[in-house]
Design a protein around this ligand. Structure first.
Ligand code: NAP
Length: 350
């Protein structure tokens, strides 16, 4: 029998959609993603981008404080056992995501730890195929697969993730390790300008490393960054290596010129932020949903989560290249569940 709602993705959008759909008695099935080496490498493991961050200080409802007892009481023991010990300073990204997952499970959402590898949205019920070969029929689908930050792909970047390497200044910039220390941002677009300007609040100097001699960023954002006394641009340069050690994490970067073969040079830094764009996780859709030029799924009705295919809704970062915040993703997840519920009712699906 066809599922009424299948939710693909397990970030804040997916879990919020699952909470709302469960409470609406739609008995949703959540495909939270598979635990594979491939997903680890790409940053697309279950629980999404937040599971890759440390403290989350801007999600409403979780002020600084010791949540240990709350976490012990709220999250199933078999999950809690594998979580890092609580830091005692408010909620962390992984904790927040486990809490959301648990909340969805408590209301009866069924969770399958599997990836959707292909979808046929040209027939109804929609046909989904998962990595382990399961075929699923769905009357409605909520795509909440998020986006992944682009990294340069250096081995040293991977080694120091969560130890000074980040792709989210808003998430991580205020951490003590970055305070009053030199920091590095790589990229030349609006994201790099935004990250650098934000990080300049905390770091002693922010080096923007850009591979050309002109920014791609909008004039106003580039000018703001260039005028900032703490921001210094390393033009015509690429990162050859992120430097560091197991005790301190990132300690600097090695730069290479893009103009000539001149000797590489090193910059001291306690943080390295990749700002070279994000990629929405839409491969499995194989171009069936309308997207914008950057590949993000488009909402075809203003203020609603409807996509170009009737009965398919999109929520969170997969449909948002602008706000990209946990709380906005959760908000659109709620919207998608309500939209799906109303669509099912309007189309006579019990
Ligand atoms: P983007 O505009 O695609 O810029 C990516 C930057 O990273 C470019 O400067 C690019 O260099 C550089 N880059 C890409 N791959 C690289 C590599 N392998 N090595 C070194 N450098 C590399 O991406 P974005 O900055 O994330 O912006 C995405 C969209 O979001 C844009 O439309 C932007 O306007 C929007 N956005 C808006 C705001 C805002 O208005 N507040 C903030 C953030 C983002 P090249 O220039 O040489 O190609």
């Amino acid at each position: 029998m066809a599922e009424r709602v299948v939710i693909i993705g397990s970030g804040p959008a997916g879990w919020t959609a699952a909470i709302y759909a469960s409470r609406a008695s739609l008995d949703p099935l959540v495909l939270e993603g598979a635990i594979t080496e491939d997903n680890r490498q790409r940053g697309t493991l279950p629980l999404g981008q937040l599971a890759l961050t440390t403290e989350v200080e801007n999600y409403p409802g979780f002020p600084a404080g010791d949540l240990s007892a709350y976490l012990d009481n709220s999250i199933a023991e078999d999950k809690r056992r594998y979580m890092a010990p609580h830091a005692g300073e408010g909620v962390s990204g992984p904790e927040l995501m486990e809490l959301m997952r648990q909340q969805a499970a408590n209301f009866g959402a069924r969770i399958q730890t599997d990836d959707v590898v292909s979808a046929d949205l040209s027939t109804h019920p929609f046909q989904l195929t998962t990595l382990d070969g399961t075929q699923i029929e769905a009357l409605s689908v909520i795509v909440a697969t998020g986006a992944r930050a682009n990294y340069l792909g250096l081995e040293s970047e991977d080694r120091f993730k969560n130890a000074g390497v980040s792709a989210c200044a808003v998430c991580d910039g205020a951490l003590p390790r970055f305070r009053d220390k030199p920091l590095v941002v790589v990229g030349g677009g609006d994201s790099a300008m935004e990250e650098a300007t934000y990080l300049a609040k905390f770091g002693s100097t922010v080096h923007i490393v850009h591979r050309r001699d002109a920014f791609r960023a909008s004039k106003i954002m580039a000018e703001r960054a260039l005028a900032h006394e703490k921001i210094q641009v390393e033009w015509n340069s690429v990162i050859d290596e992120v430097l560091g050690n197991d005790q301190e994490g990132v300690t600097g970067v090695r730069l290479k010129s893009t103009l000539d073969e001149s000797e590489s040079r090193e910059l001291e830094a306690s943080g390295y932020f990749a700002a070279i764009g994000h990629t929405p996780n839409t491969d499995f859709l194989n171009g069936q949903l309308e997207t914008n030029d950057a590949g993000y799924v488009i909402w075809t009705t203003a203020g609603r989560t409807n996509t170009s295919i009737d009965g398919v809704f999109a929520a969170g970062d997969v449909a948002d290249d602008y706000y990209r915040q946990a709380v906005t993703a959760a908000g659109t997840g709620c919207m998608a569940a309500l939209d799906a519920e109303r669509w099912l009712a309007a189309n006579g699906f019990e």
